[in-house]
Every structure is written in C-alpha cells, then in structure tokens.
Design a protein around this ligand. Structure first.
Ligand SMILES: NC(=O)c1ccc[n+]([C@@H]2O[C@H](COP(=O)([O-])OP(=O)(O)OC[C@H]3O[C@@H](n4cnc5c(N)ncnc54)[C@H](O)[C@@H]3O)[C@@H](O)[C@H]2O)c1
Length: 429
C-alpha cells in the first residue's frame, strides 16, 4: 500500500512559529516550479538529513555545574560532506541552525563546492564565560558532536562569536579522541595548525569580485563608483578597502558605533585604523555623522550590507537608491523587501553567492590539509577569484534565461545540483 506524504513540517517544530526555517521553506517553494522533473525530490530539501541536539555540561570557575544546549545539523550531504560554521549565541535555536545549515547546502552548491550543508551552535552568551570556561565548553561540545563530524563527514568552521582559537580547540579535541592529528576536521584554523593564507580576507574579497562582475553586467564603472557599506568588520572592511584600491569612492560607512558620510569619499585606510583603534567608525574625523536611517537612502552605485540580518526591510526598501546591492551579510534583506527592490530595478547579488568567498577558501584549506601541501596567498586569491566569477556567471545566465532575480537563480542552480546528485545516487537501500 502506498502512502503519499502530505506535510513537510517535522513534529519537533512549532508550526505557529517556524523561525528562520520558515523563511527557508518559502525560498524552496519559490524555486520548485523551476526544478522540472527533479521537483519529485524537493521534499529532501525540506527536511534536514540529521539533527543532533546535545547537552554540554561544564564546571564553571566558581565550582558550579552549568549545562548548555548544543546543536549540529547536517541539512544535506548528497554532494559531499557537511560544511558550515559553529555559532555561540544566546538566541541560537534548532530552527535557526536548521535554516543556516540549509543555506550552507544552497551556498556550497551555488558555488559548486563539493560539500553538503551543515551548521552548529551552542545556546550561550560567550561574553559571560571566562576563557577557560569557553575552552571547556568548546571541547565538551566537540566531543559530543564527534560522532557525526570528521574530515570526510562534516567539517565545522567559525561563525558568530567563534574564531581561529575555537577551531584550534575543536581540532585538538577531535584529534585526541581519534588518537591521530586530524587537521582537516575544521577550517578557519590558525596558520600554525594548517590554516590557509587568505582565509581572513576571503569573504570580503569574494564580495568585491562578484560586485565587479555585477557592475559589468549593469554597465557601471567601478573606478569612480560610489559605495555605501554597513559593517566595517572582517567582511565590510575588506570589501571597502578593495573598492577603494580599485578607485571607487566609499562615501558612507555604518556600524554599531555610528554612521560616517563623506560625499567626496572616505579615506578607507585611515577609517580602518580608526576602527582598529576605537572599535568602530563612530567619531571618525574624515567625514560627517549621518542619521542611521538616512544611510539606507543615499544615492550610490553599490550598497553593501555586511553586518546583520534583516537590515533591508519593508520600512526602508522603497527608499534604497542604490543600483546594486551586494549582500556580504547572511540574510540582510527580508523576502518582502527583496520584492520591493526587484520592483524598483535594484540589482541584488544574494548572500548565498556574494559571501561564498569564505567557504570557498575554507574548501582550499581542507584540500591543502588533505595533501599537506600549502599554497601561496597569490595562488589562493587567484583561485578564489576564478571560482567566484564562474559562480556569478552561471547564476546570472539562469537569471536571464528564466527572467528571475539572482536570488531565485542561485536557488535554481543550487537546488538543481543537489537534487541531481540525490537522483543519481538513488535512495538507500
Ligand atoms: N567572516 C566571514 O567569513 C563571513 C562569511 C560569510 C558571511 N559572513 C557574514 O557577514 C556578516 C559580517 O561578518 P563579519 O565576519 O564581518 O563580522 P565582524 O564581527 O567582523 O563585523 C561585524 C560588523 O557589523 C557591525 N554591526 C554590529 N551590529 C551592528 C548594528 N546594530 N548596526 C550596524 N552595524 C553593526 C559591527 O560594528 C562590525 O563592523 C555576518 O552576517 C556574517 O554572518 C561572514
């Protein structure tokens, strides 16, 4: 007797409040009509392959025992091992980790990296822990998820509030449990442990590369173009510097400390040293302070959100006067705002494509670890640029073919690749 599946929602989610997983499901629904006969497999994308919830107990410095909720979700591994970051944040939920894992499946497939998608997290405010408590928590979490991660199974990396040191602890813990040094179990490691040159700047560099490709498609000259950047950290700061070096004018920058504006162009090198000395762009003497909301309305060729999610919303989307938006951050544009931007002719290079430079160099790190043969920074940047340009070209081609936005096109490219792999592998048993 055959049974037809009717509902894609697993029983462990609240249908009234799906959180970020609900947004992801909407994106999959938008793309389904373009999947042809592969749509037969689309339910695969609507269920994570494996979701692990772990208890992470540690002894605090004051002698008491604290328990933290940890997750590792492998959304899809049809095209290769899981790949995705680990986030330490007090608001981490299963729904969020599921969505982030799914977006990693899409990102890796959109750029054609041989990975599936995964993500992990611990529901904790890491600023409330001492360095040794943080180390104990990271190590216990790694041990708990050790049953499903590994260099050829699932490879974590840094995300919000985790960094190269976190990866060093994870690599060491996994290696101690395995009884052999396994550098390839995580990426984003310190160089001394098999990390890759170019990794730190990779995401910002990728943002700049796809921005240049988009500019060519829209007949915009990067030299002399205006650029507005939200977030002057790793991604935004690097992208701004590369634009500046290419002759563009970064006319405004916003971060958690304020907004600075200079229609003649900010001195990006001076602004970067101001940020590293003071912690933010606020108070920079090379520009004028600007109202937070006005920032989004500036007339510019490029707008680069590179800070937080949900920054371009129904409240400000209609006022955006940028020709091209390049999403450095994950999820900076809400689905409703996305529609408004599209109606107004704003060309949006979506996060799954624009910020894929980071995971691309993570892939290079993993390849280098496997062969124990390390490349020069120049080689890494060249390979990164080539891969990002190719990814942009194939997504732009699909966008023209189907007359859809680059976001929908990126999902078409990615979901097609994932489901083709699913189809030819077949169902086990
Ligand atoms: N670093 C990577 O490799 C990478 C890869 C893919 C995606 N991303 C995404 O890019 C974004 C930025 O990451 P990052 O690595 O540059 O982080 P970061 O911590 O280096 O920088 C974050 C920036 O955001 C700013 N910011 C924080 N709160 C803000 C607020 N309320 N208003 C305006 N600005 C605010 C900070 O001041 C800082 O300039 C995140 O969405 C991240 O998920 C990063």
């Amino acid at each position: 007797m055959s049974q037809t599946p009717t509902h894609a929602l697993p029983s462990y989610l609240n249908p009234e409040d799906l959180g970020p997983w609900g947004n992801y499901l909407q994106q999959v629904d938008r793309v389904t009509p373009y999947l042809g006969s592969l749509s037969r497999w689309v339910e695969t994308l609507k269920r994570p392959k494996r979701s692990l919830i772990v208890d992470v107990p540690i002894e605090l410095d004051n002698g008491t025992i604290a328990h933290f909720e940890g997750y590792r979700v492998q959304h899809n591994v049809s095209r290769g091992p899981g790949k995705g970051g680990v986030r330490f944040h007090q608001d981490v939920t299963l729904s969020e980790v599921m969505a982030l894992a799914a977006w990693m499946s899409v990102k890796n497939a959109a750029v054609n990296l041989p990975y599936g998608g995964a993500k992990g997290g611990i529901r904790v405010d890491p600023r409330k822990l001492s360095a040794s408590e943080l180390e104990r928590m990271t190590r216990r979490y790694t041990s708990e998820i050790g049953v499903i991660i590994g260099p050829s199974k699932d490879i974590p990396a840094p995300d919000v509030n985790t960094n190269a040191q976190t990866m060093a602890w994870m690599m060491d813990t996994y290696s101690m449990n395995e009884g052999a040094t396994a550098t390839g179990v995580v990426t984003g490691k310190p160089i001394a442990l098999g990390g890759s040159l170019g990794r730190v700047e990779a995401t910002g560099r990728g943002v700049f590369v796809v921005a240049c490709e988009a500019a060519r498609d829209r007949n915009i000259d990067v030299a002399g173009a205006r650029v507005v950047v939200q977030g002057f950290g790793n991604v935004g700061g690097t992208a701004a510097r590369l634009f500046h070096e290419a002759g563009a004018k970064v006319i405004a920058a916003q971060d958690h400390t304020g907004t600075v504006h200079n229609p003649a162009g900010l001195d990006v090198h001076k602004l970067l040293s101001h940020v590293s000395q003071t912690g933010g762009v606020g108070g920079f003497s090379g520009g004028q302070a600007l109202d937070k909301a006005e920032f989004w309305t500036l007339e510019t060729e490029f707008l680069i959100p590179a800070a937080l999610e949900s920054q371009i919303t129904v409240d400000n989307a209609a006022k955006v006067r940028a020709k091209i938006v390049v999403e450095g951050a994950n999820g900076p544009t809400t689905p409703e705002a996305d529609d408004i931007l599209a109606e107004n002719g704003v060309y949006v290079v979506p996060d799954v494509l624009a910020n894929a430079g980071g995971v691309t160099v993570s892939y290079f790190e993993w390849v280098q670890d496997f062969s124990s043969f390390f490349w020069s920074e120049e080689e890494i940047n060249q390979r990164l640029e080539r891969l990002m340009r190719e990814a942009y070209a194939s997504v732009a081609q699909v966008s023209r073919e189907h007359k859809v936005t680059l976001r929908t096109a990126a999902f078409i490219v990615a979901c097609t690749r994932i489901l083709q792999a699913r189809q030819v592998r077949g169902l086990y048993p």
